[in-house]
Design a protein around this ligand. Structure first.
Ligand code: GLN
Length: 486
C-alpha cells in the first residue's frame, strides 16, 4: 500500500470520491508508513490518534453521502507552534511542555472544516528560531534524503514529513524563511503567503510583524489548494485581510509573456554553492523556454536585510516571549524564594540557548538609549528594502532566485556558529521584511541533495507566484518525489 503515501491531493481526492479507497485506509497507510520511517526521520513530536481516527471516520461518512470539502480525508501534519484544542502544543520548547491549548487556531480549524485529518504535531526549532531544527527543545529532525543532514528549519519536521511520505501536506510558519528554506532542502513545495493573507489567530508568536502560516505539499497545485482553504479574513486577527481569495485563478496559464526578474545581488550572496547556482540557472532557462522574458533587476539594500531582520525579529520576540513566566503555561518550578526567583528559574530552565540569545539581543535593541540606534534604524532599513522590491516589480511580474544558497548541511556542522546559520535565510527574509508572497519549488539536485527555486511576487499576488512555480513544474517535469528512507 506504500503508493498511498505518495499521492497528491488531486490523486487522492479522485480515489476517495470513486470509493476506490476510504479515508480510513488512506490514514492507516500513512500511520503504518510513519511507524517504519519516523524512528529514522523524527519529523513528529507527537501523534494524535484520537483526532485522526475520529476525523477519518467523519470523512468516510461524508464521502459516502457524496459530501465533503476541498480536503476531505487528506492527512495533514501540523507544526508545533499552531494551537490545536486539547493537543499538547509546545513551540518546540521545554517551557511549554504539557501545555494543551483550550482552542484551535483559525488556519488549522479551516483545514478541519474542509475535512483534513490531523496525523500529529511536527518538530521545529524552539519558538521557530533557527534554520535547521537543531534548536528544538526535544531532538533534531533528519533530512529524508540523507539522514546525517538537517531538514532545514524552523519548520523542518513539517518539510521532512511531506518529503518522506509521512504526511500528504503539512503546515509551517515563515518569519524569515522557515517554510521556503526547509521546503527547498527537503525537495518539496513550500509557500509563505502575503503578510495578512492567513489569520495568525492561534499561532504562538515569534515576530508578529513577520510571521505567516503556509503550506508544504508535493505539488504546486496542492499548495495552492491548502492555501485557499486557510486564507481569508478572520475577525480574530485584525491584520488578516478581506481581499478576494483567488489564489488559484491563473494556476495553469503558463509564463508566456511574463517578465521574470533576476536580482543581481541574489546570485552574489555569501556562501552561494556553485551546484545550487547551476540548478537555478537551468530552471530559469526552462522558464525562458516556456515563453517568459528574463530581465535583470536590482535590490540594492540586500546586504542590510540580514542585519535589519536580526534586530526586528529578536526585538519582537523579546516582547512576545515575556508571557512565558512559569505561571500561566507549561513548565513551573518548585521551591522558589520569591516571585523574581521563580520567573528567572523557569525561564532559565525552560528556554534553550538560541531563544535566550534572541531575547537578550531584542531586549537590548529596545532598551532606552538604544532604541533609535537599533530598532528605529532597522525599521527604516525595512522601508528601504520594501522600496527596492516596489521598484523591481515595476520592471517584472515576479522575482526568481535560489531559495537557500546551500543544500542541506550535516547535522552539527553549524551549531557552534550562529552567524553561519543566519546566512541560510539571506534570500528569503527580504520577502518577510516586505510582506511578500513567496514559494519554493524543487528544481533538481546538487551533490545528490534537493535544490529549491524561489518565486517572489508583489503583495497579494499569490496567484502570480503560484502560476510561475506551476509553469516551472510543468515545463521541467521536476516533481517533488518521496524520498526513500532506510
Ligand atoms: N531562520 C530564521 C530565524 O532563525 C527564520 C526563522 C523563521 O522563519 N521562523 O529567525
Amino acid at each position: 500500500m506504500s503508493e498511498l503515501t505518495e499521492l497528491t491531493i488531486a490523486e487522492a481526492a479522485r480515489l476517495l470520491r470513486l470509493h476506490s479507497i476510504s479515508a480510513t485506509e488512506l490514514v492507516t497507510a500513512h500511520v503504518e508508513h510513519i511507524a517504519r520511517v519516523d524512528p529514522l526521520v523524527k519529523a513528529f513530536l507527537r501523534f494524535t490518534p484520537e483526532l485522526y481516527e475520529k476525523q477519518a471516520e467523519e470523512a468516510d461518512r461524508k464521502l459516502k453521502r457524496e459530501q465533503g470539502g476541498l480536503l476531505t480525508g487528506i492527512p495533514v501534519a501540523i507544526k508545533d507552534v499552531l494551537c490545536v484544542k486539547g493537543v499538547e502544543t509546545t513551540a518546540g520548547s521545554q517551557i511549554l511542555r504539557g501545555f494543551k491549548p483550550p482552542y484551535t487556531g483559525t488556519a488549522v480549524s479551516r483545514l478541519f472544516d474542509e475535512g483534513a485529518v490531523m496525523l500529529g504535531v511536527t518538530n521545529c526549532d524552539e519558538f521557530a528560531m533557527g534554520s535547521s531544527t537543531e534548536n528544538s527543545g526535544y531532538f533534531p529532525t533528519h533530512n529524508p534524503w540523507d539522514l546525517d543532514r538537517v531538514p532545514g528549519g524552523s519548520s523542518g519536521g513539517s518539510a521532512a514529513a511531506v518529503a518522506a511520505g509521512e504526511a500528504m501536506i503539512a503546515l509551517g510558519t515563515d518569519t524569515g524563511g522557515s517554510i521556503r528554506q526547509p521546503a527547498a532542502v527537503c525537495g518539496v513545495v513550500g509557500m509563505k503567503p502575503t503578510y495578512g493573507r492567513v489569520s495568525r489567530y492561534g499561532l504562538i508568536a515569534f515576530a508578529s510583524s513577520l510571521d505567516q502560516i503556509g503550506p508544504f505539499a508535493r505539488s504546486v497545485e496542492d499548495a495552492a489548494l491548502v492555501l485557499e482553504a486557510m486564507a481569508g479574513h478572520d475577525p480574530l486577527d485584525a491584520t488578516s485581510s478581506d481581499r478576494p481569495n483567488d489564489v488559484r485563478r491563473d494556476l495553469d496559464k503558463g509564463v508566456k509573456g511574463m517578465r521574470l526578474g533576476l536580482p543581481r545581488e541574489y546570485s552574489q550572496v555569501e556562501g552561494m554553492e556553485p551546484g545550487v547556482n547551476a540548478a537555478v540557472r537551468e530552471a530559469i532557462k526552462a522558464l525562458e523556454k516556456g515563453g517568459a522574458e528574463i530581465v535583470d533587476v536590482t535590490l540594492p539594500h540586500t546586504d542590510y536585510g540580514l542585519a535589519a531582520y536580526y534586530i526586528i525579529a529578536p526585538a519582537e520576540c523579546s516582547s512576545n516571549l515575556a508571557r512565558f513566566d512559569g505561571v500561566k503555561y507549561g513548565l513551573s518550578v518548585q521551591d522558589v524564594d520569591n516571585i523574581t526567583d521563580m520567573y528567572m528559574r523557569a525561564r532559565r530552565q525552560g528556554f534553550g540557548t538560541e531563544v535566550r540569545r534572541r531575547i537578550m539581543l531584542g531586549t537590548y535593541a529596545l532598551s532606552s538609549g538604544y532604541y533609535d540606534a537599533y530598532y528605529l534604524k532597522a525599521q527604516k532599513v525595512r522601508t528601504l528594502i520594501k522600496r527596492d522590491f516596489d521598484e523591481a516589480f515595476a520592471k517584472c511580474d515576479a522575482i526568481v532566485s535560489a531559495t537557500s544558497p546551500v543544500v542541506a548541511f550535516p547535522i552539527g556542522s553549524r551549531t557552534e556558529d550562529p552567524l553561519s546559520m543566519y546566512l541560510c535565510d539571506v534570500l528569503t527574509l527580504g520577502g518577510n521584511l516586505a510582506g511578500l508572497p513567496g514559494i519554493s519549488v524543487p528544481c533538481g539536485m546538487s551533490q545528490g541533495l534537493p535544490v529549491g527555486l524561489q518565486v517572489l511576487a508583489p503583495q497579494w499576488r499569490e496567484d502570480v507566484a503560484l502560476r510561475v512555480a506551476r509553469a516551472y513544474e510543468v515545463a521541467s517535469g521536476v516533481k517533488a518525489e518521496v524520498a526513500s528512507v532506510g
